[in-house]
Design a protein around this ligand. Structure first.
Ligand code: FE2
Length: 177
């Protein structure tokens, strides 16, 4: 008989049981293992919220811009993992790219080109004032979207206003910040 946790998991997976042939689920399992072992429960909560929040925002933006939605979902999950794993945000984009490459190679999840695409986006994601490739921009915008929508009643940070306003416009939301 299905136990309570299995029922919840099925509900969360939209009626599906875990599909381990799916690259996103393989990566999620690996990332969950790191997050669940974080000692600081508040930081752990932030890690889940931010990484999976950005991952979902990446998927939405990638769909809108006709970018690779699978890789976009994966880059969102990975992008700040190094910061949560080490609890150190110094030079986090570069360190994050190195860790992402290590994980993707260890799991043999991606081709060399896909790995480069993901790692480039992570390496560039802190440079929000610069425009990089279309795929890099998906991650930067998703990062901003998660910050701004975590609690829509909080004021939008000054340095994120421009990107957030552009996103609202892009999604047809007629609202001026
Ligand atoms: Fe982030």
């Amino acid at each position: 008989m299905e136990n309570h946790i299995e029922k919840i998991q099925k509900y969360l997976h939209n009626g599906r049981t875990e599909d381990m042939g799916n690259r996103i689920e393989k990566l999620r399992k690996y990332i969950d293992e790191i997050l669940i072992n974080m000692r600081d429960t508040e930081e752990r909560r932030c890690g889940y919220l931010h990484l999976y929040g950005v991952s979902q925002a990446c998927a939405m933006i990638a769909l809108k811009r006709n970018q690779d939605v699978e890789l976009a979902t994966m880059v969102g999950m990975l992008h700040d993992l190094h910061s949560y794993k080490t609890m150190n945000t110094e030079n986090h984009a570069e360190h994050g790219a190195v860790l992402a490459r290590q994980i993707l190679e260890e799991l043999s999840l991606t081709t060399d080109n896909e790995t480069d695409l993901i790692c480039s986006a992570i390496r560039n994601h802190s440079s929000k004032a610069t425009i990089h490739s279309a795929f890099d921009e998906v991650l930067k915008d998703a990062d901003v979207l998660q910050h701004c929508l975590y609690n829509p009643l909080f004021p939008v940070m000054e340095h994120e206003k421009c990107r957030f306003q552009n996103l609202l416009n892009e999604f047809g939301i007629l609202r001026t910040l």
